[in-house]
Design a protein around this ligand. Structure first.
Ligand code: FAD
Ligand code: NAI
Length: 568
């Protein structure tokens, strides 16, 4: 039986390759490991080796042809064996029908003014759409008002406090008098308001009509907008982009709903005073960021996580390091621990936690419930028009199209990756497709960032995921203790870790725990997007003294040629 020679996938984002040269000819005898042909992608030229022994009985993809990943290039079998079939063409991407025009313009509605919706609206306007954005609450959505931005303001103040306390070590003598919580809150509001008014200004600058109200589907192309005064208006559009976002999930833990000391992330961003003690239910991103901030402000923090590790989507080795650092700072962390119930205890709250089969009671002034978020799609009336969804999580294809023609959905309301930059990236894709372009969303370069101290960021595959996928990979690690800038900035705490493919040396994943990790990850996302190999990272000169040098060193370490650490 003939064996197929297929187009290999040389990087996470590779979709096709070009046959640059066949080294072997039809009829040649080949052994395992013999180079059959050379292929090129946008970035790489690679050799394809034979995985079988026999005769190259047929070449089906000729020199110069583009072939999709896993497409058939040829066959190896017994001399004289007959095989058929040409290389399958790349799956045709359906071309979007030209958008219908009214007065020369496509009318586009965007439901929701978060980082998904407002970006989609701007992109649609740039492409000539007549855009209306409907927002039921505040422009900027979760991200600007009760998410990314306000958390980072609190974290920044908390970090400044920590730094001020450690200044004597740098030779600076300052007296830290404590935290003026009202000023911290005022700073948070000022930054948020400035950004919200910036987005409002962008709407005006792009001639986007903003309507305050709740949108719901009256038909497949008509939205009913219910305004604050209760009046309703029906508006018809050529294209509709749903960017309705998400809200905190409330777990069915007895006592949580009834207890006023139990708050979600929105409540925890606006405590009236810094709580003396805080129990955090959920060791995910929100739980860990707010635990970091409040512990710096002087709150006694306990984190209860149901799973065996914190931050389940992040690299396990670096997460374990982060946990140790948080514990060393006095944060109590329990994993494999389940909150059974919550009850009042005077002004405070008693939280009953099951750990190793036993119930332990913890008392805290406040309880932050951060166990994930659910989509905010109930008001949309999606079932009436048949928009496919799974318990409120809207289903879309890579063009961000729902199953209903001309209706798109993006961001948190898909219930998958709930990140502002993902919502924005999907917003641009949806708007472009709505205005007649033909583009696909690809999440391969999406970084995950956790704003801890030090920061934690990752892109691409974790070591765990690469193992699970059966990929042959090698790891390069560089401790930041050996990086001058990190040593200056935070005493050299942290590490950078590269995951690269063994055969082609392509960058599969990068994980950083250290100062400015969330900025450094941009270079690594670009590397994955460009299908870079470690050679590309080596060949790039990184400035000294910077933490970026350590990115290069970690890549070098993957090939046992790091300069500033011994290579094992
Ligand atoms: P949203 O921002 O939720 O916006 C949806 C908008 O739609 C809302 O304004 C809502 O009022 C409106 N809406 C909903 N239904 C209707 C309707 N029927 N009619 C009219 N309007 C409607 N992500 C990061 O990438 N980095 C971070 O650091 C980060 N930090 C976070 C911290 C916290 C505490 C939280 C809660 C989230 C954080 N996120 C972070 C996640 C990020 O905020 C979300 O992923 C992002 O806001 C999603 O954007 P979106 O546009 O899809 O939805
Ligand atoms: P999450 O999904 O990140 O974490 C929730 C955690 O709670 C999980 O680890 C889960 O195992 C745990 N959990 C669930 N039920 C539990 C229970 N009963 N007891 C104990 N633990 C329980 O969700 P989170 O932290 O609420 O954040 C929501 C989303 O907001 C994130 O997924 C992320 O997409 C976004 N976000 C992003 C940030 C960033 O990018 N820096 C910052 C904050 C939020």
């Amino acid at each position: 039986m003939a064996v197929e020679v297929k187009m290999p996938q040389l990087g996470l984002t590779m979709e096709e390759g070009t046959i640059s040269k066949w080294i072997k000819n039809e009829g040649d005898t080949v052994k395992v490991g013999d180079i059959l042909l050379e292929i090129t992608t946008d970035k790489l030229t690679s050799e394809v080796a034979s995985e079988a022994e026999g005769t190259l009985i047929k070449i089906v993809a000729k020199e110069g042809e583009d072939v999709p990943v896993r497409g058939i290039l040829g066959y190896i079998g017994q001399a004289g064996e007959v095989v058929g079939g040409a290389a399958p063409a790349a799956a045709p991407v359906p071309t979007a029908a030209p958008a219908p025009k009214k007065d020369g313009k496509t009318t586009v509605a965007v439901i929701g003014g978060g980082p998904g919706g407002y970006v989609a609206a701007i992109r649609a306007a740039q492409l000539g759409g007549e855009v209306t954005l409907i927002e039921k609450n505040k422009m900027g959505g979760t991200c600007l008002n009760v998410g990314c931005i306000p958390t980072k303001v609190l974290l920044h103040s908390a970090e400044a406090l920590a730094e001020a306390k450690e200044m004597a070590e740098l030779g600076i003598n300052v007296e830290v008098k404590g935290v003026d919580w009202n000023k911290v809150q005022a700073k948070k509001s000022a930054v948020t308001n400035q950004l919200v008014s910036g987005v409002t200004g962008l709407m005006k600058a792009n001639k986007i009509k903003v309507i305050e109200g709740v949108a719901s589907f009256a038909s497949k192309d008509t939205l009913t907008v219910t305004k604050k005064d209760g009046s309703k208006e029906n508006l018809t559009f050529d294209k509709i982009i749903i960017a309705a976002g998400s809200v905190p999930a409330v777990p069915p833990i007895p006592g949580v709903k009834e207890n006023a000391n139990c708050v979600d992330s929105t409540g925890a961003l606006s405590f009236e005073t810094v709580p003396k003690s805080l129990l955090v239910i959920g060791g995910g991103v929100i739980g860990i960021e707010l635990a970091t901030a409040y512990s710096r402000f002087g709150t006694e923090v306990t984190v209860v996580e149901a799973m065996s590790k914190l931050l389940p989507m992040m690299d396990g080795e670096l997460t374990a390091q982060l946990r140790k650092m948080m514990e060393a700072r006095g944060i109590k962390i329990m994993t494999d621990a389940k909150v059974q119930s919550v009850e009042a205890a005077g002004d405070a709250t008693k939280v009953n936690v099951e750990v190793s089969g036993k119930i332990e009671a913890f008392t805290a002034e406040k309880v932050l419930v951060a166990v994930g978020r659910r989509t905010d799609t109930e008001a949309l009336n999606m079932d009436a028009v048949g928009i496919a969804h799974d318990r409120g999580r809207i289903s879309v294809n890579d063009k961000m199209e729902t199953n209903v023609a001309n209706v798109y959905a993006i961001g948190d309301c898909l219930g998958k990756v709930m990140l502002a930059h993902v919502a924005s990236a999907q917003g641009e894709i949806a708007a472009e497709n709505a205005l007649g372009e033909d583009v696909l969303y690809d999440g391969a370069t999406n970084p995950s960032c956790v704003y801890t101290d030090p920061e934690f960021a990752g892109v691409g595959l974790t070591e765990e995921k690469a193992k699970e996928m059966g990929i042959d990979f090698q790891v390069g690690k560089f401790p930041l203790m050996a990086n001058g800038k990190s040593l200056i900035m935070n005493g050299g705490v942290g590490m950078i870790k590269f995951i690269i493919g063994k055969e082609y040396k392509e960058v599969l994943g990068v994980h950083i725990l250290g100062p400015r990790a969330t900025d450094l990850i941009g270079e690594c996302a670009l590397a994955i997007g460009m299908e870079a190999t470690v050679e590309d990272i080596f060949a790039t000169i990184h400035a000294h003294p910077t933490v970026t040098e350590a990115v290069r060193e970690a890549a070098l370490a993957a090939e046992k040629r790091a300069i500033h650490i011994p290579n094992k």
